[in-house]
Design a protein around this ligand. Structure first.
Ligand SMILES: [Zn+2]
Length: 249
């Protein structure tokens, strides 16, 4: 079984304040970031990790600048890779923030893999996190459109041959990464536990830098430790270089 991963941009978010990505660092700087859907292909049905934003909803509800070219529509991006959404049996959301989970409904035959803790928190977040989870809006959160197909898990689980979910709490209570045994090495699709390569690379002060957004920074430290032990090449969730490279084999 040879697996390969393709990182597909399914939208772009503009002018994010840098300290929201790199904890208490980069004051006064902004950054444009891609919203990435990962497509894992091999001998079996493809596995999808994160489904991006519903751009029309995002512009309306989140009042931030998000754009999507015609090629970045998830349907178009999948078609280009020869993937029929109906053949996908497994979708993993690294967490339930709107920019990672808003197109689950495009995969009518997939189980949606989520940590039970994430579902619980997304259903009742603290007020300051409600926007990211689209909680208590006038319309239900986008991820609820495929709610009936959610498979709630607790901890680490192999979800397809060579594809395993690992719990990495911190950014959110049920954040999870995905370890992929590819042809040449193991990769970790880290979700927002690691937004950018520079989060993992660290700086003079810290070995690794958390996202500026988190629910538990102590759990976050333990998740970094866990990632060290996994001994994988880390693939961040929002780094433009990931989209530029595109292929992880
Ligand atoms: Zn997030």
């Amino acid at each position: 079984m040879t697996l390969n991963i393709t990182a597909v941009s399914v939208g772009r978010s503009f002018a994010l304040q840098k300290p929201s990505l790199t904890y208490l660092r980069g004051w006064g700087e902004t950054m444009d970031i891609p919203l990435i859907m990962f497509v894992i292909q091999g001998d079996g049905p493809p596995v999808i990790v994160d489904t991006g934003a519903d751009v029309e909803r995002a512009v309306k509800h989140h009042k931030i600048r998000v754009e999507q070219s015609p090629e970045e529509r998830p349907e178009a991006a999948l078609q280009e890779l020869g993937v029929d959404p109906a053949e996908v049996r497994v979708v993993v959301n690294t967490h339930l923030h709107w920019d990672h989970s808003s197109n689950n409904h495009l995969f009518p035959n997939a189980r949606i893999i989520l940590q039970q803790r994430e579902i619980d928190y997304a259903s009742d977040p603290v007020p300051w996190h409600q926007r990211q989870f689209e909680h208590a809006r006038d319309v239900p959160a986008a991820w609820r459109r495929a709610e009936d197909r959610i498979e709630a898990i607790d901890g680490d689980v192999e979800v397809a041959p060579g594809v395993s979910v690992v719990a990495l709490p911190g950014h959110t209570p049920g954040s999870q990464g995905v370890v992929v045994e590819a042809a040449t090495k193991r990769y970790l699709l880290a979700g927002d536990c690691i937004d950018l390569y520079e989060n993992w690379a660290g700086d003079a002060e810290a070995e690794h830098i958390p996202s500026g957004f988190f629910t538990d920074i102590v759990a976050y430290r333990d998740s970094f430790q866990r990632i060290e032990e996994l001994d994988c090449e880390v693939v961040p969730s929002h780094d433009p270089l990931v989209v530029e490279r595109r292929d992880f084999r």
